[in-house]
Design a protein around this ligand. Structure first.
Ligand SMILES: NC(=O)C1=CN([C@@H]2O[C@H](COP(=O)(O)OP(=O)(O)OC[C@H]3O[C@@H](n4cnc5c(N)ncnc54)[C@H](OP(=O)(O)O)[C@@H]3O)[C@@H](O)[C@H]2O)C=CC1
Ligand SMILES: O=C(O)[C@@H]1CCC=N1
Length: 289
């Protein structure tokens, strides 16, 4: 473990600060892609850099983040001591090792938020071994980078409404939040956690179709990306069911129905059902390594 330590200000007494939990110190443990996105989101939302800590496995990565965001880097043990809320953003496969390292250092008044696919709050609580420790599980997604994340939040055995609200305060500024029972988190991971990848995949395939039809790649890209944005905004803002929106595009004996017939003939709907089921199953497996 080569976690870095740079000068960390004295620990905050979060409760003594005006503004409540906004002023509590948050540590992002394992600040990779998602961890960095969360750090940048918290700072965009107005959290002072002095209230955010990061940990990284590589010194170079820690330095990169401290230079880019002005946040302090700490070892995992220091972060557990200094921060009120610990957000774990390591890969599921690295979670057991991180928890083993953290276990001797986590005081019982910390809130632990796990953002890893498949990792249950029970997995985290059992390995930390701190009686009564509140653990919250959150599945967010990469649009956290543009403040359009979908984050689903679940309480572990000792997490109260207040803990869920603290998690929401962190994730709401970077998008939408919903509360779900933890039993739904593997399905959530398959839908919204991985979801952006499916849309990128579709866009990529449609751009290829544009090439097949003889369009320049740049033109195909612009046409499809703007169509995706327009469709997404209509889905969000019209409140209409997607079937209704699709029917409005689909003229009798027109072009769209010819395309839909091919999508159905090639089993695209069935492929999506199977794909998301596979993602849900993989999420279930991740806690077992
Ligand atoms: N990417 C996505 O779209 C989404 C990811 N998630 C979840 O978020 C988590 C992170 O994913 P992502 O950001 O893509 O992954 P990354 O690999 O980019 O980030 C994880 C980071 O944790 C670091 N790390 C590993 N072990 C330790 C340790 N013991 N101490 C400190 N740092 C450590 C890694 O270091 P190193 O660089 O050396 O490997 C890496 O930088 C995963 O659990 C994933 O399931 C959730 C929703 C969406
Ligand atoms: O692919 C993964 O495992 C992660 C979790 C959800 C999105 N990306």
């Amino acid at each position: 473990m080569t976690s870095q330590s740079t000068g960390i200000a004295p620990a905050h007494d979060g409760t003594a600060e005006p503004g409540g939990v906004q002023h509590q110190r948050v540590a992002v443990l394992g600040a990779g892609k998602m961890g960095e996105a969360l750090v940048s989101g918290m700072l965009r939302a107005g959290k002072p850099a002095a209230d955010v800590l990061i940990t990284a496995r590589r010194a170079e990565r820690a330095r990169e983040l401290t230079e880019r965001y002005g946040v302090a880097a700490a070892s995992n043990a220091q972060a557990a001591k200094e921060a009120d809320t610990l957000i774990l953003t390591v890969k599921p496969q690295d979670m057991a090792a991180l928890l083993e390292e953290l276990a001797p250092h986590v005081p019982s008044d910390r809130l632990v938020i796990s953002g890893a696919a498949g990792i249950t709050t029970a997995f985290v609580a059992q390995r930390l071994g701190v009686p009564g420790l509140p653990v919250v599980r959150v599945m967010t997604n990469t649009p956290v980078l543009v403040d359009e994340a979908m984050s689903a939040i679940s309480a572990g055995a000792h997490a109260t409404d207040e803990h869920l609200r603290r998690a929401e305060e962190i994730f709401r500024p970077v998008g939408k939040t919903v509360r779900v029972p933890e039993s739904q988190q593997d399905a959530v991971t398959a839908l919204s956690g991985s979801g952006p990848a499916y849309f990128y995949f579709l866009v990529e395939a449609m751009i290829d179709a544009g090439i097949l039809l003889g369009l320049p790649r740049a033109t195909a890209h612009e046409l499809i990306v703007q169509s995706a944005i327009g469709a997404a905004v209509m889905l969000r803002d019209s409140g209409e069911h997607p079937v209704k929106l699709r029917e409005a595009v689909t003229s009798p004996a027109g072009t769209t129905i010819s395309a839909i017939r091919e999508l159905e003939r090639h089993g695209v709907r069935a492929a999506l059902l199977a794909a998301l089921e596979a993602a849900r199953d993989r999420s279930r497996e991740l806690a077992s390594g």
